[in-house]
Write a protein that binds this ligand. Structure first.
Ligand code: HEM
Length: 170
């Protein structure tokens, strides 16, 4: 079995298991994980789930995307999504991005509307310039964990959405 397909392996174990990675690289990856990852992704997901709680239509579309992916790949709800599958979750990706954007000057008059579709073209996520979508900063100081953050957030969001009903209590 390809080691990437080992469903019991966590991400850090995967990095350690990859013999191309030097000790210095592993040290830097672990420090990034510990310092830069948890608070940012958990704050982003908190906001994402809060917005989602008022949009059953968006939640329904995410459910549909996950269901379609499971059906086409012959997987059960207990199976972990692979990196490739997470990459293909365009609607979920768009929904998370939509929860992370802000300014009216960039996003237009409907900036207060939660509309994941603004991120999609022919069902695929459009890559906006980081100077427009600046939550990960832009230029030399841009977040190095940008893609990792999406992988983590999509994986957690998908697992929660498939298993629980989300209700926000005031
Ligand atoms: C929603 C999640 C995240 C957001 C919004 C975010 C945002 C940012 C921002 C705005 C910066 C620039 C900070 C500055 O200029 O002082 C940054 C830097 C950084 N982020 Fe993230 N981040 C997220 C998740 C992550 C994750 C999961 C990782 C690693 C696994 C990570 C690794 C880093 C690193 C290493 C830097 C420093 C880049 C450098 O200055 O060379 N981030 N992040």
């Amino acid at each position: 079995m390809d080691e990437r397909e080992n469903r019991d392996e966590d991400l850090l174990s995967w990095f350690i298991g990859n013999s191309d990675n030097s000790a210095e690289f592993l040290r830097d990856i672990f420090i990034s994980f510990i310092l830069a990852g948890p608070d940012t992704t958990s704050a982003a997901l908190t906001w994402f789930f809060w917005l989602l709680s008022s949009r059953p239509d968006v939640l329904q579309r995410i459910h549909q995307e996950l269901k379609t992916m499971r059906a086409s790949n012959g997987k059960n709800v207990d199976d972990t999504f692979s990196f490739d599958e997470l990459r293909e979750m365009h609607y979920l990706n768009a929904s998370i991005s939509e929860a992370l954007r802000l300014m009216e000057a960039i996003w237009g008059n409907d900036c207060r509307e939660f509309r994941p579709e603004r991120w999609l073209k022919n069902g695929m996520v459009k890559q906006e310039s980081p100077f427009w979508f600046s939550v990960f900063h832009a230029g030399l100081r841009m977040c190095l964990g940008n893609h990792m953050a999406y992988t983590q957030m999509k994986s957690i969001a998908a697992a929660v959405i498939e298993r629980f009903e989300i209700e926000v209590q005031a």
